[in-house]
Design a protein around this ligand. Sequence first.
Ligand code: BES
Ligand code: ZN
Ligand code: ZN
Length: 484
Amino acid sequence: MVIEFQESQISSIKCDAEVIFIVAKNVEHKWIKKDSQKLVNLGCKYENHETVFLNESNKVVAAIDSISSENLRIAAALAIKAIKGEFKSLKVGLYLEGKQKRECIEAMVEGFLLGDYVYESYKSKKREHKIESIVISNSEYSNKKIEKSEVEEAIKRATIKCEAINSVRDIINTPPEDATPERLADIAEESAKECGISCKIYDEKHIKSNGMGAFYAVGKGSDNPPRLIHLSYKPQNPKAKVALVGKGLTYDTGGLSLKPSDYMTTMKADKSGGVTVLGIIIAASRLQIPVEIEAIIGAAENMVSGRSYRPDDVLTAKNGKTIEVKNTDAEGRLVLADCLCFAQEFEPDYIVDLATLTGACVVALGEYTFGVMGFNEELKSSICDASNKEAELSATLPFNKHLKKLLKSEIADVSNISSSRYGGAITAALFLSEFIEEKNRDKWVHLDIAGPAFVEKSWDYNPFGASGVALRTVLRWLESLGGK
Ligand code: BES
Ligand code: ZN
Ligand code: ZN
């Protein structure tokens, strides 16, 4: 879909259909007045995010209670979904608010692009009618003015972000038979090449011989060998160096501690953290964010076979720590343990890991919110601040010394699961902290995206399937480091 800006009145733009947002139930506004009786007849109450398609006038209307980025993002997504029929082009006016004018446009464009996403690679019949272009007019809802360059910048930024999010969604949604660790590595290599960043792939032999015994063990039981993927984006004069680490489990059966069938489905999305890290570095490089990024993805498949690692095995991670395996379904933390050790070799200023790490995080926060954990309060709140600005839901979960004790092992340095069934999101993060060097404690933050990464009931601009959550948050946080 192309989004373009035209410096002409909305009424003079020729398109198949028009999108109108009704703000604060104001049906007297000139853009909607003519249709207000029809809306009443259709029973429209103008409640926030209510959408109506007016088929005689080729208009789709979405109500918002006020002009804000997130309202526009949601309304644009719902509007584009509500369009029924053979429309190829849409037009829409500008809705600007306060100081955040550019952000309003960005959010509206994001809503269109994210809301229009469908995953249909495996459908024999693809959808027939697709919106090919959206024209944004410079007619503004209350005659506010904005520079053409600012609108174009907003369109460009939203397009870069949403292309990244939608391709992250595509990759996560790909079935595990096709999205293997090797395939992920190929995709990373191809995308790195396209945007001129470097990419190194390490195979299972390298993983083993470099002391990454925990990561290696997780991948061992699968016919699809693991891959360690390392991408680097090095802008000139970077303001900071950030390591992003992602859990890339292309499938998580639970291993010998097998998951019950009902819990196994959707585990193709256990690669979400890793794939999102890939999306972030690609978008950051396209946006030219002045921050160096080392993206490290641990890609493996947790399977059952004669070669699977077992409960009772003791593994040695890259930092020399030994881990008693008590449950092979707590595999993400094993992969991340080694990836975090690897990441610290680059001496980053910050280390952010993204992972669908625990069901416990979903129990704690619900399926719309990701968890933020770490030792550094300021760092955690800077992430939450970025997430609030992006209207992605996040919440911090606090560490404490009692929970830490629950990871004690009788025979190794640490156990891979807690001895208690409570506080599982936090104990998983505390396990990861065992692999963060003392000097890096305050540089590290862990995002458990297990809840919102995969959507089973679509909501707002999140369709069924992978959401691409946390990409916008981390990008915004990177921009704040870069001084934006
Ligand atoms: N990939 C799962 C976590 C998960 C659960 C992600 C639900 C998305 C939705 C992870 O590898 C896992 O299985 N964790 C176990 C840990 C337990 C064995 C300590 C869990 O959460 O049950
Ligand atoms: Zn698992
Ligand atoms: Zn997992």
